[in-house]
Design a binder for this molecule. Structure first.
Ligand code: HEM
Length: 394
């Protein structure tokens, strides 16, 4: 029996990195029976997978993502996927709605969230900081901010529980359906209003995109916004948690960051490389393909493990160490191919501003004594809880 035969999802969720290191060394391309998927773990092979969408299709069958959200850009290949992507991407870049939000509102949003707990001298960061900041940021950019962050987070949790409902648990299906319908209704109503009265939000930009072939139907917008709500909150949330954990655990790093604010950007990138909040991409082979000494049959589900590529010893020096001054080029935490993260510019800004303001405003911010920070997850990974305390504040 090979090492890959004995792997379980629960061991990967608990502590994936030593397992992935073992696979890179001995079975870089392997079939994992517990997940009924092929694993691709080396940087070079993940990059190959990402540059050959004609072999590795995002239109998998079955697709839990399409079932839970409706068909969307991440469940299609080019040219179909480009239609929504081309219309929606500009709003999430520096020159679009997201750029305006970051330059005018983001710091204030983060500070308002810190104000909610700063007098208390303690906070659990994931629930009371990372979640509201991430949910509110996306809601403001989209134009859904008349809904509370709790409601937006509930949509996200509902959709995600059905996306991960691999065993067709009816309770999770129901939770997913409730979120899907409730968000769908809100979006349809908003889009109808925006058709008559455009404004400066991403939803408005989607509906007033150029006419002709590039115009999106209401259904296309709704399904793709469901994708954004299910993916664009958890990831910055985990990103914030991972940066906060890293800085709390390394006093020298903290001092360096506080003495030069330009370094926060580098810190965020290195945390994304080291921890890859989104650990994998899933594709299906359209034809048989040989990678290294393995032949992957047509129609196989393949997991390209971004987390593993980001720690590949043949690509990175000291890959398991955090190095603020690393100069080895871009990481794969936002993926490398035609489905590369649409919200990466916004996500980076949210994670950077949130963590920077937290450490700048709360001087003696530290982990509560005896509270251990546990990371959890394989496909998506972040801290479960971050209980913090402080004395002095500014
Ligand atoms: C900041 C942390 C984030 C990380 C680490 C992250 C990571 C990723 C990754 C790895 C993918 C590729 C998935 C695949 O190919 O299977 C992806 C796709 C995507 N992400 Fe993000 N993401 C983040 C934030 C966001 C935000 C804030 C949004 C909000 C709009 C967003 C929206 C999307 C969308 C719509 C796609 C699908 C793109 C396509 O299919 O062309 N993400 N993300």
């Amino acid at each position: 029996m090979s090492y890959s035969d004995s792997l379980t999802l629960s061991s990967l969720e608990k502590d994936p990195d030593p397992i992935l290191a073992e696979l890179r060394k001995h079975e870089p391309v392997c079939f994992v029976p517990a997940l009924e998927m092929w694993f691709i773990t080396k940087w070079e092979d993940v990059a190959f997978m990402e540059s050959h969408p004609e072999i590795f299709s995002a239109a998998t069958n079955p697709s839990f993502l399409a079932r839970a959200l409706g068909p969307n850009m991440l469940t299609m290949d080019r040219p179909e996927s480009s239609k929504a992507r081309n219309v929606m991407l500009p709003a999430f870049q520096a020159g679009g709605v997201a750029g305006n939000f970051v330059s005018t509102d983001l710091t204030e949003l983060v500070d308002r969230t810190i104000d909610q707990f700063i007098e208390k001298g303690k906070v659990e960061i994931m629930r009371n900081f990372a979640t509201p900041v991430s949910a509110s940021a996306l809601a403001i950019v989209l134009g859904l901010d008349s809904h509370s962050w709790e409601e937006v987070w509930e949509w996200c949790e509902g959709l995600c529980s059905d996306i991960a409902n691999f065993e067709n648990d009816p309770e999770l299906t129901n939770k997913g359906n409730v979120a899907r319908d409730s968000l769908g209704k809100v979006l349809t109503e908003s889009l109808e209003k925006l058709t008559k009265r455009p404004n400066e939000t991403a939803l408005s930009a989607f509906i007033h995109s150029k006419g002709g072939e590039s115009a999106l139907s209401q259904e296309e917008i709704v399904n793709n916004v469901r994708l954004m709500i299910s993916g664009g909150i958890n990831e910055p949330r985990d990103g914030i948690g991972l940066v906060v954990k890293t800085v709390l655990e390394d006093p020298e790093l903290r001092e360096e960051l506080l003495s030069n604010e330009l370094l926060w950007r580098k810190c965020v990138e290195e945390v994304f490389r080291l921890h890859s909040p989104v650990g994998t991409i899933t594709r299906q082979t359209k034809s048989e393909v040989k990678i290294r000494d393995k032949i992957i049959p047509a129609n196989s589900l393949v997991s390209g493990i971004l987390r593993s590529a980001n720690r590949d010893e043949d690509h990175w020096s000291n890959p398991d160490s955090f190095d603020l001054h690393r100069k080895e080029g871009p990481h794969a935490a936002f993926a490398l191919g035609e489905h590369r993260c649409l919200g990466e510019w916004l996500g980076r800004q949210v994670v950077k501003t949130a963590s920077q303001r937290l450490f700048t405003r709360i001087e003696e911010f530290e982990l509560k004594s005896n509270s251990e920070v546990k990371l959890r997850g394989f496909e998506f990974r972040g801290p479960l809880e971050l209980n913090c305390v402080w004395g002095k504040r500014v």
